[in-house]
Design a binder for this molecule. Structure first.
Ligand SMILES: Cc1ncc(COP(=O)(O)O)c(C=O)c1O
Length: 407
């Protein structure tokens, strides 16, 4: 049976042994070292990084710089200048819209996106279109479809790419379908005017995120879904797009200059940052990276894959249960920790409550997809390093009972 990779390092799980936490796609539990790192940050001398001429301030600036360098190595960036700290994935995607979209898009330009992605990966482009329209610039959002396995339909995308396409937005691992999209099939087939933006919120900390392998211009993810804490995230912006990025959050700590009354952006990544950095969150992210490195991304990925396949096999035995599009419908080697399903005749909210009463904490309902996605009434199981095969077996047993017995 598949053992948990690391359960004993999570105080919240040790405190409630009766709970099976299966909602890591919403947020992960925090390992002891992350909790300790936040406590140490708060217990130490408070100082605003880079704003004081005294050692506490320069030490704080050094701590931020070190974590930035760690993040750059973690995602295979060329350097720390490509790593912008943002409050989370939602903020990162909106930063792309505001910093890049507002400054670069012209009348008639097009953005390709999937309306079945997480709302945070959809709404920033709708908002960008409306903001540009107010100043007389009309851009078009071109929706693309997903396949039965829940991946972006690259053949469809290829057919929709036009000379006016400026941005393709994709989710690396989908928050409901659990499938992986890399757009690899499009490499070398799209013009150099097209920028690629990947939402890696559900892949970071689960599998290796390699911005070069993805050929990404922008990548976003949230620290709290990879053992860090809420309020911190990363926007990767590739060097080649730096000339196209305008300040969108100018203020104290921003790299900007006033030139004859006009604001000019200076060096990256500080051009896109403003205000006092989130020091506890950045410290937590550093500790989360230590935790992930210690376990090894490869081992974490193998664990996630084994649990996913194990769960799919158990769920397939349950009568009246339908698996949503996703890895269950594709290659039997794929699995990234997320599986979603429906049970005939049972509302997912009711199922969520029933499972919660049995100690299984998971996600049921709308799943943050835009309204009208058609997948509102479903249940999502999402696992991480603290989950085991025994937990998933017990879940399948309870589900089977609720469904009226195994088929
Ligand atoms: C794929 C994806 N993108 C973006 C987000 C938004 O993340 P945050 O709320 O941390 O900004 C989520 C959160 O569930 C997600 O799953």
């Amino acid at each position: 049976m598949l053992q948990a990779l690391a359960r004993d390092q999570f105080p919240a799980l040790l405190a409630e042994p009766g709970v099976v936490y299966l909602d890591s796609a919403a947020t992960t539990q925090k390992p002891r070292r992350v909790i300790d790192a936040v406590a140490a940050e708060l217990a130490g001398p408070a100082a605003n990084p880079g704003r004081g001429a005294y050692p506490w301030s320069s030490r704080a600036a050094r701590r931020v710089a070190e974590v930035r360098e760690r993040v750059a190595r973690f995602i295979g960036a060329q350097g720390p200048d490509e790593v912008v700290f943002v409050p989370g994935a939602t903020a990162g995607l909106n930063a792309v819209a505001l910093s890049w979209g507002m400054a670069n898009l012209a009348d008639g330009d097009e953005i390709l996106y999937s309306p079945l992605d997480h709302s945070s990966t959809v709404y920033p482009w709708l908002n960008l279109r409306d903001m540009l329209a107010r100043s007389g610039t009309r851009i078009t959002l071109v929706p693309y479809s997903v396949t039965a396995t829940g991946e972006a339909d690259t053949a469809y995308i290829r057919s929709k790419v036009s000379p006016r396409t400026r941005l393709i937005v994709a989710t690396h691992v989908h928050s409901l379908f659990g499938s992986m999209t890399t757009l690899e099939e499009l490499r070398g087939q799209i013009g150099c005017q097209v920028r690629l933006c990947f939402d890696c919120t559900q892949s970071a900390g689960h599998v290796q995120v390699d911005v070069t392998g993805l050929d990404a211009d922008f990548v976003v993810f949230s620290a709290h879904k990879m053992f860090g804490i809420p309020g911190t995230g990363v926007l990767y912006a590739r060097r080649r797009v730096h000339p196209e990025l305008a300040p969108f959050l100018p203020g104290g700590n921003s790299a900007v200059r006033l030139d004859e009354g006009r604001l000019q952006g200076l060096q990256m990544p500080e051009r896109l940052e403003g205000g006092t950095p989130d020091l506890p969150g950045i410290a937590a992210l550093g500790a989360a990276l230590d935790f992930i490195d210690e376990l090894g991304v490869g081992r974490i990925a193998a664990h996630g894959q084994a649990l996913t396949r194990f769960l799919i096999d158990r769920l397939r035995e349950i009568r009246h249960l339908t698996l949503l599009p996703g890895v269950a419908w594709g290659q039997c080697s794929a699995g990234y920790g997320i599986v979603s399903f429906r049970l005939d005749g049972v509302r997912s909210d009711d199922l969520g409550f029933a499972l919660s009463a049995h100690g299984f904490y998971l996600r049921a309902g709308r799943h943050c997809l835009p309204a009208g996605s058609g997948y509102e009434d479903s249940v999502r199981v999402s696992v991480h390093v603290y989950n085991s095969g025994a937990e998933l077996s017990r879940l399948a047993g309870v589900l089977s009972g609720l469904a009226g017995g195994a088929g």
